[in-house]
Design a protein around this ligand. Structure first.
Ligand SMILES: [Zn+2]
Length: 83
């Protein structure tokens, strides 16, 4: 399986922000824990138990996303630019 580089993740994150698939508002809370094998909402790869999973909480509880640490960083970068 191909592993996306940071640059590709940035492109995917930008597209998802533009499409509204990823939220562009700031989270109200952030849950951090070990991965549970579910897919990262940025790169689409599973977040394995050896990875740290970041799960931002939003004012709207229907918005549920989770990220790898590096993908969270990319999301924050592009979210802050208001794409
Ligand atoms: Zn990821």
């Amino acid at each position: 399986m191909a592993v996306l580089g940071t640059r590709d993740v940035a492109a995917v994150v930008r597209e998802k922000l533009a499409a509204g698939t990823l939220p562009c508002n700031a989270p109200t809370k952030m849950w951090v824990g070990n991965g549970s094998g579910r897919s990262c909402d940025a790169c689409g790869q599973p977040i394995t138990p050896t990875d740290i999973e970041y799960e931002p909480d939003f004012a709207d509880p229907s918005v549920q996303v989770r990220f790898h640490q590096k993908c969270l960083d990319v999301w924050h970068q592009w979210r802050a630019r208001g794409v």
